[in-house]
Design a protein around this ligand. Structure first.
Ligand code: GLN
Length: 212
């Protein structure tokens, strides 16, 4: 079996997700999604980090907002990182300075943008995940949003010690950090296996930090 997965390719770190995904066993092709027609062809969608106000504007310009929301409501598995998470959030705390993106409202979290500081305040944090066994995952935070509230159906997968940094609600996952920058395929793979896009290979996801 081989799956076609998509990366929303309007803006942001699209190549980083694509380069990681082509290393995941079982993935047949990785499609850069820019049109509603592309969206119909993918079995899962990755929403990269970038700038959420720009992504929000481009979703409208490329006429993707409604088709994307429809596919997500129908159960399309989605893996959203940083600006991607902001794009899917139910609520964004209004920013004191300037414009805010219009989120899709499909993931029941409230977020505050840029709450971990500016670009120069970027940092790495080793995290533990239930699906990855004992081995830690090195999470890279860049102008990350903070998750302030999670709804009753939202499961917290990891925290920074204070706030959730990885959550899932059904088949929709949201991460405040950038797993695509660590060169580590395990979270992408775990997501694809646990949402049934790829068959599960027990034990493989947690085998080693650079598995695959
Ligand atoms: N701060 C950005 C935003 O609010 C997100 C940063 C990122 O994706 N690394 O859109």
């Amino acid at each position: 079996m081989s799956a076609t997965v998509g990366v929303l390719a309007l803006q942001g770190d699209v190549p980083e997700h694509r380069d990681l995904l082509v290393r995941v066993p079982g993935i047949g092709s990785v499609l850069e999604v820019r049109t509603p027609e592309h969206l119909e062809r993918v079995g899962a969608l990755f929403l990269p980090g970038g700038e959420s106000t720009t992504v929000s504007r481009l979703l409208d310009e490329f006429q993707l907002r409604e088709p994307l929301l429809r596919r997500l409501r129908e159960g399309l598995p989605a893996f959203a990182t940083c600006a991607g998470l902001i794009t899917l959030a139910k609520e964004i705390e209004p920013s004191p300075h300037g414009r805010d993106p219009s989120p899709l409202g499909i993931l029941d979290v409230r977020v505050r943008r840029n709450d971990y500081g500016r670009q120069v305040d970027s940092f790495e944090l080793p995290l533990r995940f239930p699906g990855l066994g004992e081995a830690e995952f090195l999470a890279v935070f860049i102008r990350a949003p903070r998750i302030l509230r999670t709804g009753p159906r939202v499961e917290v997968l990891a925290t920074d010690g204070k706030s959730p940094v990885a959550v899932r609600e059904g088949r929709i996952w949201g991460l405040t950090f950038h797993p695509e920058l660590a060169g580590d395929i395990r979270l992408h793979r775990w997501f694809l296996e646990s949402t049934g896009v790829l068959p599960s290979a027990p034990g493989v996801a947690g085998a080693s930090p650079r598995a695959g």
